[in-house]
Ligand binder design. Structure first.
Ligand code: GAL
Length: 732
């Protein structure tokens, strides 16, 4: 049978340094670095010994992602070349394996080769060099399964069907005739259906029908099934498992439908980059991002701007019930015909890699924000439809009246804030669909970006700017909920990200996230999480640092509380408390508008003016008549404690883990202006990413560690003022 094992350990980098994959060629500082440092060639080498059990078998190494232009040799023989930095490729070792020691060399080039998408002009993101995803050693029978595409025709019918399109590889020409067995199992491993087919050539199909008791893939219960296909030929047995789900997803002119029910799509864009490590964080960090988007922010969709992202991330989206808009690499620029040919290949590779993910509901087949290019985009659409008729295509523009070759017109609508550039258009959150598309009949329409560079906001920005940041996100959400012509909105963006000098704040960072690069929330994150059903999680976030002199002129009014509670009570010193419900007048369409206390509820002098003594505030949340949350805002916050919180206490032996460090006051609130340094040390089988000595930003910082083997990892964080905190994590 087939074996697919991690091939991540025991590599050497640039001929000297031993490294474990995933690996970034150059660890970058957090900000203000030279972006050229990784834009050059690098070499990775691995020596390994032939295993006698490989005799007579097919041996391949599968690279999940190498940035970029990888060339692989085995014992000096070229075995693979793959320009694209975002999709997997296979190096077939079989013909060049030696019976003893073998040398595998991967040469890559981190420079921005203008012949390879997304390069050729400016790009607002970095493409960090390295073998930045996992590598696998695959051993199969000589005749084996090359790919399996699982389709579920008519998934809403009572009796379900499954069709599997199977491709068979016979690289050594051993002869294909044989039998295919298929078995569908549910998440508990129970067999749901089996079938068989005769195979005579390189493609075959398996049909299952009349499947009963199948659960649909829904956002709150994303049922997953596994199809295991087994091939038996004279050359042996091979088997491959693919996870899939039963669901119907459709963008229509009047909305997006999941399993026949209309759903407003609410999401954010995600870049797959991290501080210091660039792209090179492993499974846990990738999965954690999906969890943050779904569980912490309560989103139902993510766009993988602007390239195919980690398989671990997409797997987790499947498991969590988070819809995905996936797109090909690119940013505004379209290159020459060779470049376009490569981009069409990117469409093919993306779809072939990801066609079984139920979470993916649309293929982005245009270069983000590029101009119309009829022939090129007719071809990307044709290829997408030929490979996968079960999903619609989309193409993201930032201008109006573009030629619609896709099924869904997708628009980065940066109208909100554009009034600041002059012109006489009044402030508006979203443009009407027909104004954008220029098409008189209704077409499926999705807003794929807003906010971003229109209002960059740092975690450390003044409270008033952060309130405006929150308000803009709320305004777009409100407009989207109120406009039946908009299937959904995906904001720019989830996390701050490193970028080129031509973008961002001069520090190589676009501070565009509702969370910072460590995935710590800004206030705007709660604009999203507060829209959640309170039965799932109560959210109550006052948008204030609670200080009398933080805002211009002073005071904290108007005070916005982002919440899904029915009522919020604000108690200020000995004054009588005030209770208030959500502001349905200001935000008529939001499921959960914020509660806004202002001069209607507190007269001047009742709640802080310049020159008054400042006192504590207590905010309480009520839901269904019961108090469900309380938040104490201290008038005199004193740095009291350091918290050091890892995302998990156990990780895999080459996995990465985030640790968040926060300076807190007596009530446990983060200290928004605390910037003293901490010293971070990691001992045991792990590598600390980032520097030892870090200044906190807005009272916080974070780092990732990558396990380099099994054992106990000790993390120690030391602050001169707040003492030393240490804790243990197990790598298994
Ligand atoms: C868009 C672009 C994004 C990002 C964003 C910033 O034009 O698609 O990649 O640059 O602007 O707001």
């Amino acid at each position: 049978m087939r074996s697919t094992l991690p091939f991540n350990h025991g590599w050497s980098f640039e001929g000297r340094e031993p490294v474990t994959l995933p690996h970034t060629a150059v660890e970058l500082p957090f900000s203000h670095f030279d972006e050229a440092v990784y834009q050059r060639p690098f070499t990775y080498t691995k020596h390994f010994t032939f295993d006698p059990s490989w005799q007579g078998r097919e041996i391949s190494v599968v690279f999940d992602g190498v940035m970029a232009d990888a060339r692989v040799t085995l014992n000096g023989h070229p075995v693979a070349a793959h320009p694209d930095g975002y999709t997997p490729f296979e190096a077939r070792l079989t013909p060049h394996l030696l019976l003893g020691e073998n040398e595998l060399v991967v040469m890559l080039d981190g420079s921005e080769n203008p012949n390879i998408p997304p390069f050729g002009a400016l790009v607002d993101y970095l493409t960090y060099a390295g073998i930045y995803r996992d590598v696998w050693l695959r051993v199969t029978a000589p005749v084996h399964i090359a790919s399996v595409k699982v389709e579920t025709p008519d998934p809403l019918a009572t009796d379900k069907q499954v069709v599997a399109k199977v491709e068979i590889a016979d690289p050594a020409d051993r002869g294909i005739p044989g039998t295919l067995h298929g078995e569908v199992t549910d998440a508990a491993g129970q067999v749901v259906a089996t079938t068989e087919a005769r195979v005579t050539g390189p493609t075959a199909e398996l049909f299952f029908s009349g499947l009963e008791g199948i659960r649909l893939w829904e956002l709150d219960s994303p049922a997953l099934y596994t199809l295991t296909v087994t091939l038996e030929t004279a050359a042996g047995k091979d088997s491959q498992s693919s996870r899939f789900g039963f669901r119907a997803a459709r963008f229509e002119p009047d909305g997006f439908y999941l399993n026949g029910r209309k759903l407003k799509l609410i999401g954010l864009n995600r870049h797959q980059s991290f501080p210091y490590a660039g792209y090179a964080l492993g499974r846990a960090a990738q999965e954690r991002d999906a969890e943050i988007l779904k569980r912490d922010l309560g989103l139902n969709m993510v766009r993988t701007s602007h390239y195919p992202q980690s398989p671990w991330f997409l797997d987790r989206c499947d498991e969590l019930g988070l819809l995905v808009f996936e797109e090909i690499p690119g940013w505004q620029h379209i290159g020459d015909t060779d470049w376009q040919r490569e981009s069409v290949e990117n469409v093919r590779r993306m779809i072939r890699r990801d066609w079984n993910h139920p979470s993916i509901v649309i293929w982005g087949v245009r270069i983000n924000e590029s101009h119309d290019a009829h022939e090129f985009y007719a071809e990307t659409n044709r290829v997408a439809r030929e490979l996968d008729r079960t999903r619609q295509t989309g193409g993201v523009r930032c201008y109006t009246d573009s030629e619609l070759l896709e099924d869904v017109y997708a628009m980065n609508d940066f109208i909100l804030g554009s009034e600041e550039r002059g012109g006489n258009r009044p402030r508006t959150a979203l443009r009407p669909r027909a104004e954008v598309t220029g098409i008189s009949h209704p077409v499926p329409y999705l807003v794929t970006e807003y906010s971003g560079h229109m209002f960059p906001t740092k975690v450390s920005d003044q409270e008033q700017r952060q309130i405006e940041h929150v308000t803009r996100h709320l305004d777009v959400l409100d407009a989207a909920y109120g406009d039946p012509e908009v299937t959904g909105v995906l904001g720019w963006c989830a996390f701050d990200y490193n970028t080129h000098k031509d973008f961002g704040s001069g520090d190589h960072i676009c501070h565009h996230g509702v969370m910072d690069m460590f995935r710590e929330p800004k206030f705007a994150a709660f604009a999203y999480s507060s829209q959640r059903d309170p039965a799932q999680a109560i959210v109550m976030k006052p948008v204030t640092l609670w200080a009398n002199g933080e805002r211009n002129i002073g005071g904290v009014l108007p005070l916005m509380v982002l919440t899904n509670c029915d009522e919020i009570e604000l108690r200020y010193g000995d004054h009588p408390p005030k209770r208030l419900g959500p502001d349905h007048v200001r935000f008529p369409h939001l499921p959960h508008p914020p509660v806004i206390f202002d001069s209607r509820h507190f007269t001047e002098g009742e709640l802080g003016i310049w020159g008054d003594a400042w006192v504590d505030g207590v905010i309480s949340g009520y839901w269904n008549g019961e108090k469900v949350a309380e938040h104490i805002l201290l008038a005199n916050p004193v740095a009291t404690a350091l918290s050091v919180v890892p995302d998990a206490t156990q990780i895999g032996a080459s996995d990465s883990l985030r640790v968040v460090i926060t300076a807190r006051d007596q009530a446990g609130n983060p200290l928004a202006h605390f910037s003293e340094p901490v010293a971070i040390s990691v001992t045991g089988p792990a590598h600390r990413l980032g520097p030892r000595l870090v200044s906190l930003r807005a009272g916080k910082t974070g780092f990732w560690l990558t396990a380099t083997g099994a054992g106990e990892i000790i993390v120690t964080v030391e602050s001169e003022r707040l003492g030393t905190v240490s804790g243990a994590v197990r790598a298994v």
